[in-house]
Design a binder for this molecule. Sequence first.
Ligand code: AGP
Length: 613
Amino acid sequence: MCGIVGYAGNRNARNVIVTGLRRLEYRGYDSAGIAELNSDNSAISLTRAVGKISDLATRLEQHPEESTPATLAVGHTRWATHGAPTENNAHPHMSQNGAFALVHNGIIENYLTLRQHLIQQGFSFNSETDSEVIVHLIEQCYEGDLTRAVAAALEQLQGTYGIAVISSHHPDTIVAARKGSPIVVGVCPTETIVASDISAIVQHTNQVIFLNDGDIVTATGEDIDIVSAANVPVARETTHIDWDVGEIEKGGYEHFMLKEIHEQPEAISNATRGRLLPKDGTTKLSGMQMTPADLAHIDRLLIAACGTSLYAGMVGEYLFEDFADISTEVHQAAEFRYRNPIIERDTCLIAISQSGETADTLAAVREAIRKGADVLGICNVVGSTIAREAGHGVYLHAGPEIGVASTKAFTCQVAVLALMAITAGRTRRLSLNAGTAMVREIERLPDLVRAVITQEEKIKQIAKNYAKAEDFFFLGRGYMYPAALEGALKLKEISYIHAEGYHAAELKHGPIALLCPEVPVVGLVPDIQGKDKTISNLQECAARKSPVIAIATEGDKEIEQHCNDVIYVPRCAEFLSPIPVVVAEQIFAYYIARERGCAIDQPRNLAKSVTVE
Ligand code: AGP
C-alpha cells in the first residue's frame, strides 16, 4: 500500500513530510515525491525520485528551500500499480495549470475513460497512472472552492481512493478524502497532518480522526471541517492513539521483524491484559458487546481473513468447535465476497485483520452485513476501517506491526480467538473447571514464548544449514496444520524460497514425489494429538532422503532418531500449541532470510496492507 503525508501549519512542511514518509517506508514502495507551496505562495514546487526516500532527499538538497520554508505540502511513497516506477509516474501529480498538486492511494477503475475525455477537452498527461486523472478533474471543476472542486472530481471516479490535495489558490489549506483507502487526520493546536497511516502522525500528536468512506476533510493549521459524500457537515470522533514513536522505531534490532518477534511476550500480555477471569473460568471481552445469551445463540460461525490472519482463523476453527461446539467455517476473504455465502439468522462472521484495511476482508465484512450476519472484527489498528464497519469486536493491542511479515499479530490473534472460544464455550458446555484451566494456560503464554525466544541462537544455527535450499515443505496436522501453512508463508515471503505448508497426511497423495535431498521438510510434532502419525510421515520423508527438521516438545528425545535437526519448544496445552511452534518458525524463517541477505522488513513485491483487490 502506498503512503500519504500532508501538512498544513506553521512549521517547515518539508521536514514533516519527509520524516513522515520515512515512517511509512515499511509499507514498501518504489518511488517518492513531495509538492510544496513556496513561501511566496505563488507556485507549487514538485520534487520526485525513483527509489527510496534517501533518493528524494538528495533531490531536495538540489532544490534548497526558500529563506522562509513552505508550510503547506503533500508527499507520497508509491508502489507501482499503473505504470512502471518512473519519475513521471511518481506522485504528487500536478494539474495542467500548475495550481493543484495531488497524491493518491487506491485504484481508479474508470481512469481510461476519464483520461480520454480529458484529453479531448485539451488536457495533456505526463504519466501512465490512473491517479493523474484526479488532479486534472479538480482543475476542471475548480470555481473558487477547493473542497467543492475535489468533491465534484471524486463524484466522477469509480474505484478506491485516499487522496490529499493542495492548491496555490489556497495557501494554507489541505483537502483530503477517502473511499476504500484509509486517511487519518492528526489533530494539533496550530497544525494539521493527514496521512494514510498513524505511523506518520504519532510523533506529532496522539489525537487522530479516522475518515469514513466518502468523507472529505478541509483543514488549515487551526481548523478542521469534514463533510460526508452528500456534502453534509459531519463530526467525526477524535481517537486517542496509545502508541509512541519509540514503538515505531527499530529499538536497536536489525529489523522490525526481529523486534516484533521479541515483542511477542509483551504483545500477548497486552492482548490478554484485563481480559482473563480465571476464578470464573472465562474472559471479559467488552468490545464484543455480546451477552452470554447472544453467544449461546450463535448457530454458525464464519471466519474471513487473508494470509497470516487466515491461518490464525484456521486455528480459531478448531478452537470454536472444540470448546464451544459451534459449527465454524473459515473462508479466504476474496472467495467469500464473490461466492454466495449462506447467511442464516444466527450466523456470525469474525473478520480477522491486523491492519484492518485489507480490501478483500473489508469486502467480506460488507457482504456479510448486507446478508444480515452479525460481524465481529479482530483487528490491531484502532479505528481501522474493518474495526469500525464491523461495529464490535476485539482489538489485539499488540502495538504497531511494522514488518511486512506478520508475527506478533498472528500469536495475538490466536490468543484472542482462544479467549473468544472460552467465552462462548462457557455459555454452552464448557465447565467452570475446564474454563479455569484454559485461562491459566493462557496466563502462561508470555513465558512460553520467552522460552522459545531463548532458543534463538540454536534456531539460527540450524537455519543457516538450510539457507541454500530452494524448496521446503512444512508438515502438520490438527492444530499444527494452520501452523504449517503459516511457517511456509513466513519463509516464502521473506526469503523468497518456495515453501509449501501441507497437511502431513496429504503428502503421500502426490507431493511426496517432490522429495529429494535438496528439499528439506519441517515437521511440526509437539506432544499433542496426531504427533505419532506425523512422525510416521516424517519417516516417509527421510526415506526419500529429504532432510527433516522437527519442531518438538522439549524433553522429547525419541524424535531425534527421526530427523536431522530438532527445534524444541516448551510443553503447552494443545489448543495453544500453534503459538510457540509458530514463534519457532518465525525465527527459523528470519535467520534463513538474513543468511540470504533478503530485504526482510520490505520483501520484494509485498506491501504491509493489501488495500487493493
Ligand atoms: C503476512 O505475513 C502477510 N504480510 C500477509 O499475508 C497478511 O497477513 C495479509 O495481507 C493480511 O493482512 P491483514 O491481517 O492486515 O488483513
